[in-house]
Design a protein around this ligand. Structure first.
Ligand code: AGP
Length: 607
């Protein structure tokens, strides 16, 4: 996620802004910049790269800045590769802004403004907001802000300065956090309290529909119509490290809780008038209609997202899908060829085996679609088409929100392929898209109470080995559940197709062996119950992940993790959070290093 800071007071602010930005580096970024009131103009200094290599180097080449007010930004690229011109602050001589979030309707706004004669320099969605503010600005900042935010759709936190309102900062937000810090004769804005703890622990939380105005006299809050608002002053009890985790004990838990927003930010911008819209990347209906085979290639969790994609695309679009581990794919002279689509999945966009699988697919003549989280990464740059998942930076080594958004995208891709190929009609496609858009809320329900996951963890944390079983989509989900558990708790775990157990693996079951059974697919329910009863009768300790409304007999399961109701097809995506939290609390109970598991790296850039 991007990082926003701002300062207004009576002392030089450039160094204060840079120091505050450094406190936000943990959020992940690829460029940084500041804009300050210097000699009655807005002076902007910004650069691609880390602060020490870009922004700070540029600032050293500048005459000393005496500004006492300004804004700053660390950019996690979503629209437009990392570059000086795409860096924030963004604006013209009149207005400058910093932005965290995703503007979903930026293309429409951009086209409107181009029609009004505006010329765009950057590839960012943010620039549309800066120019929209300029379009509406006729001397009253609050009026311009009110008009602009009534137009823009999506998530945003904005820090804004107007040249004609010297040493004053405005801030407004919707769905992206922003706090306002109250110092001693000075005030701040920041994406999170980490940035200002060195200066003050007193802060306000800016809410949706509120505008903050900070100047050298103090802090004022109004609603969007300029009516004054009184707000509660809060005191941060956190130290810097816990502030970076948003108060969560680990980044993994924080990132699990970010999943509803991450999925919204990934899916909503690819839905237009209720139907999938991949026009941004060039995946046209004609191309989709033409593909003979679809390959989905990745490593680890990315490959598991592809496995869910396989089940969905084959079930809905009746199109053959070959899913493969990148390190196998690249060495087996795969059958991918011209006329096929190779979907390359990678959070980092730098995984060596996945990158080579992409190059091989291209060399064999296939169209390549990269599904990546890091803008401008090697895989993104190499692919013919790119879809960026908008999960924000994933700090914890194990993949949670990245897997969730990759999988959510597989749903939307499956709907589009099926609709284009006519295996589902428009009504069904709209129904499925709406169901997908409802998933973040369902996941939010799963996040309301951690006790059931903590309870299950208490029943399995001392195990040496554990089985995850499922059928159909639940089998695909189980693969990810098993990986999560073993990679952070170090308990040996294996995902096994429930119907396959009797062909050998069931010999592993002995008294007390934990078995996590995922049962969300109604059509396979009786089969699953039969498989679960089989392992239970041999002594297994069964934890069932299923709908809360499911009546599970005690001769079938010892414990149940209930899910909110939804159409079958969406339950594996919703159940993702349950299996992540079971793994998380198991690792915590075993005293493991949750965010940095032994032997693992966040991105495997070597073979
Ligand atoms: C999963 O928790 C791991 N972090 C790992 O399996 C990861 O998914 C895999 O290494 C692929 O990484 P990528 O998505 O960055 O290519």
């Amino acid at each position: 996620m991007c990082g926003i800071v701002g300062f207004v007071g009576k002392r030089a602010c450039a160094d204060i802004l840079v120091d505050a930005l450094k406190k936000l580096e943990y959020r992940g970024y690829d460029s940084a910049g500041i804009a300050v009131f210097e000699n009655d103009i807005i002076k902007t200094v910004k650069a691609k790269g880390k602060i020490g290599e870009g922004l700070s180097v540029k600032l050293k080449d500048e005459p000393e800045l005496h500004a006492v007010c300004g804004i700053g930004h660390t950019r996690w690229a979503t629209h437009g590769e990392p570059s000086d011109v795409n860096s924030h602050p963004i604006g013209n001589g009149r207005i400058s802004i910093v932005h965290n979030g995703i503007i979903e309707n930026y293309r429409d706004i951009k086209n409107f403004l181009i029609g009004k004669g505006y010329v765009f320099e950057s590839e960012t969605d943010t620039e549309t907001v800066a120019k929209l503010l300029d379009y509406y600005y006729s001397g009253d900042p609050v009026e311009a802000i009110e008009k602009a935010v009534s137009i823009i759709e999506g998530a945003y936190a904005l820090g804004i300065i107007f040249r004609n309102h010297k040493n004053r900062i405005y801030a407004v937000r919707k769905d992206s956090p922003l706090i306002v810090g109250k110092g001693n004769g000075e005030s701040f804005i920041a994406s999170d309290v980490t940035a200002i703890l060195e200066y003050t622990r007193e802060y306000y939380c800016l809410e949706r529909g509120e505008i903050a105005m900070l100047d050298q006299e103090g802090i004022h809050f109004t609603d969007l119509h300029g009516e004054a608002i009184e707000k509660e002053l809060l005191t941060a009890e956190w130290d810097v490290e816990s502030a970076q985790k948003g108060g969560y004990e680990h980044f993994m838990l924080k990132e699990i809780h970010e999943q509803p927003d991450a999925i919204r930010n990934t899916i909503s911008p690819r839905v237009k008038n209720g139907l999938p819209d991949f026009s941004e990347c060039g995946l046209t209906a004609d191309k989709i209609s033409s593909y003979k085979h679809i390959f989905i290639v990745g490593c680890g969790s990315a490959m598991h997202a592809g496995m869910v994609g396989k089940y969905l695309i084959e079930a809905l679009a009746r199109t053959p899908v070959i899913v493969d581990i990148a390190s196998e794919f690249r060495y087996r002279d795969p059958l991918v060829a011209e006329g096929d689509l190779a979907v390359i999945v990678s959070q980092s966009g730098e995984t060596a085996d996945t990158l080579e699988a992409l190059k091989l697919s291209k060399a064999k003549g296939a169209d390549t679609l990269a599904v990546v989280n890091v803008v401008g990464s090697s895989i993104a740059r190499e692919a013919d088409m790119v879809i960026y998942t908008n999960a924000g930076p994933e700090i914890s080594v194990c993949s949670t929100k990245a897997y969730a958004v990759q999988t959510a995208f597989m749903y939307l891709l499956a709907f589009e392929i099926a609709y284009v190929r006519g295996t589902i009609n428009e009504i069904r496609c709209r129904e499925l898209v709406k169901g997908l858009l409802d998933v973040p809320g369902k996941i939010g329900e799963c996040l309301e109470d951690m006790s059931v996951y903590q309870f299950v963890a208490s029943k399995i944390f001392s195990a040496d080995s554990l089985l995850y079983i499922g059928r159909g989509l639940d089998n695909a989900l189980s693969m990810e559940g098993s990986l999560k558990l073993k990679e952070i708790s170090y308990i040996h775990s294996e995902a096994y197709a429930a119907g396959e157990l009797k062909h050998g693996t069931i010999s592993l079951i002995e008294d007390g062996t934990p078995v996590i059974a995922v049962m969300t697919q109604t059509a396979l329910k009786e089969k699953m119950i039969s498989n679960v009863r089989t392992v239970k009768s041999r002594g297994a300790k069964v934890i069932m992940i299923c709908r809360s409304s499911e009546n599970v007999d005690t001769d079938c399961a010892d414990y149940k993790v209930g899910l909110p109701d939804a159409e079958d097809i969406f339950l594996p995506l919703i159940a993702t959070v349950a299996m992540q939290l079971i793994a998380y609390y198991t690792a915590v109970q075993r005293g493991c290093d949750v965010d940095k598991p032994r032997n693992l790296a966040k991105s495997v850039t070597v073979e």
